[in-house]
Design a protein around this ligand. Structure first.
Ligand code: 5RP
Length: 221
């Protein structure tokens, strides 16, 4: 908790008055939103865009208004968490199931900051199951295909039903183990019809803030 809070507080230092800010999804982002709400209450004037219903509901609870993605011309800065980050600032995201909107918002942001605690750092991506968002119509066929590709796929469940993303898709978590070439794997998967998005985030993050219990490490790309 302290580690995430330290990273979250550091990220807020990059937010300036008048900015449009993208809010990621997850527990670390929620800690950041809670801190940010204090600044907003004391006069910080920003517009916020959300990457999930979960984040929208959480932000609203803390008095932060969420603007429609389409209503803003540009996003100055997006702050998000990650499930794994390697030394090249590449990451796996989607543990919370919000990878599609997270990637869209990140792609449309001038600057992207990730906030993580040190438990998220890895030398090679892939120990965290790679989330792949898929069209329900294609899900069964994709499970077979992923088995053939030795990706060790498991369809994500919520209770005894398939988990459904904010945009109405399913998620297949691939228990790959270490990924030798994340960029190549992303390319390969995105060629397959029915795959909407892959939880590999490459060449997206500009700044990584790693929270430790007593400090924050800042890594620039
Ligand atoms: C959601 C995500 C989150 O950023 C990721 O799961 C990290 O979450 P947390 O801060 O709770 O560890 O990608 O889709």
């Amino acid at each position: 908790m302290t580690k995430k809070l330290n990273a979250a507080k550091k990220a807020i230092e990059y937010i300036r008055d008048g900015m449009t800010v993208g809010l990621g999804t997850g527990s670390t982002v929620e800690i950041m939103i809670e801190e940010l709400s204090k600044k907003v209450k004391s006069g910080l004037n920003i517009k916020c865009i959300s990457t999930s219903n979960r984040t929208t509901n959480f932000a609203n609870k803390f008095g932060i208004i969420i603007y429609e993605f389409d209503s803003v011309a540009k996003i100055d800065l997006t702050i998000d968490g990650a499930d794994e980050v390697d030394p090249y600032l590449r990451g796996i995201k989607g543990g919370g199931g919000a990878l599609l909107y997270e990637k869209i918002v990140a792609y449309n942001s001038e600057k992207n900051i990730w906030i993580v605690d040190d438990s998220k750092l890895v030398n090679k991506l892939g120990n965290f199951p790679l989330p792949v968002e898929v069209v329900p119509f294609a899900a069964r066929k994709l499970l077979v295909r992923f088995e053939q590709m030795r990706l060790k796929p498991i369809i994500r469940k919520s209770g005894n039903k398939n988990f459904i993303t904010d945009s109405g898709h399913f998620i297949i978590d691939c228990h790959i183990g270490e990924i030798d070439d994340p960029k190549e794997l992303e390319k390969e998967l995105k060629m397959i019809p029915g795959i909407v998005e892959v939880g590999l985030f490459i060449d997206i993050t500009d700044l990584l803030l790693i929270g430790y219990s007593d400090r924050v490490e800042v890594i620039e790309k």
